[in-house]
Design a protein around this ligand. Structure first.
Ligand code: HEC
Ligand code: HEC
Length: 256
């Protein structure tokens, strides 16, 4: 009788470890989706050009032409970007049912909260390509590119630029309430989950272009305007220093 609790304890420990191990395995790759994604990405279809002609044969991007890398990005981030590119900028206002409220009692709730704007991403090339994709295409392409391995090639950067970039990446500008880039984009800017894309391994000019697009209203698809508020505070020098710093990072771990 005395032995029984011990056996139960051992069974619980082994069982618990097994459940923990299973839960922490990366989700299994949907092989059919990956293959369909590879086919579309490398061969294209009808009016859809092969993604690899611009984004690189292994999704590694193109530093000379500022085409971003897609290899190793989180699949949900890829799907979200393709949806945002495809969205018609004139149809962004999604009207929700107005909720009857007594504004004299809740003065801080404004009626304009009933309009929700999901945001768009303007780009002459990607807008047309994304519009031609079906939801299944997006999922397949995301499965394919997210499972491609990627290793960044660190770019040489002069010491002063690197130091200034590191300051923004690791410290931000606390005196202006600007958080560090890495606090959202992960250590070494390697990306964090589906909402915070990697900055490391992207062409530096691509990173600068994106911040410029936020500053000029061509990109406004970030959740809670998180990146909008950062972009608004960056000077031209900040953009160059941060982009150079992230292009110098070598340690890349994919989203998994
Ligand atoms: C003719 C060149 C070209 C082709 C072909 C192309 N792209 Fe792009 N792609 C671009 C450019 C340029 C950008 C950056 C646009 C911007 O500034 O928003 C981009 C951006 C993206 C992004 C955003 C990446 C990020 O980090 O936010 C995704 C996702 C993407 N492309 C997916 C695709 C897929 C999937 C295909 C194939 C169906 C494809 N692209 C085909 C040129 C191309
Ligand atoms: C408060 C969180 C937060 C901080 C801090 C932050 N970002 Fe971002 N950033 C985001 C989010 C969210 C996105 C993705 C928006 C989307 O969904 O399209 C993003 C996207 C970007 C992109 C576009 C990447 C791509 O692949 O298209 C660039 C470039 C960028 N951030 C640069 C920076 C730099 C440089 C800093 C530091 C000065 C910084 N960010 C700090 C939240 C943040």
């Amino acid at each position: 009788m005395k032995k029984l609790p011990k056996i139960l304890l051992i069974i619980t420990l082994i069982g618990g470890s097994l459940v923990y191990w299973i839960q922490n395995q990366p989700p299994p790759i949907d092989e059919a989706a990956r293959q369909a994604g590879e086919q579309l990405a490398t061969k294209g279809r009808d009016n859809i050009p092969a993604c690899t002609t611009c984004h690189g044969s292994k999704g590694e991007g193109n530093f000379a032409a500022n085409f971003p890398r897609l290899a190793g990005l989180h699949p949900d981030y890829i799907i979200k970007q393709l949806q945002d590119y495809a969205r018609d900028p004139l149809q962004t206002g999604v009207k929700l049912e107005p909720i009857a409220r007594d504004y004299s009692k809740t003065p801080r709730i404004y009626s304009d909260l009933t309009v929700y704007t999901p945001g768009t991403r303007k780009d002459p090339i990607m807008n047309n390509i994304a519009k031609a994709l079906t939801p299944t295409d997006r999922k397949n392409l995301a499965t394919y590119f997210s499972t491609l391995p990627f290793q960044a090639t660190p770019q040489p950067v002069d010491f002063q630029t690197l130091e200034r970039g590191a300051d923004l990446a690791l410290r931000g500008k606390p005196e202006y309430g600007l958080p560090s880039c890495d606090s959202c984009h992960g250590p070494d800017g390697k990306g964090f989950g589906p909402y915070f894309p990697p900055l490391a391994g992207q062409p530096p000019q691509y990173l600068i272009d994106q911040i410029n697009k936020w500053q000029t209203g061509k990109r406004d698809n970030d959740s809670l305007a998180l990146m909008q508020n950062i972009a608004n505070q960056l000077t031209d020098g900040d953009k160059m220093n941060a982009a150079a710093y992230f292009s110098n990072r070598s340690l890349i771990v994919n989203w998994k």
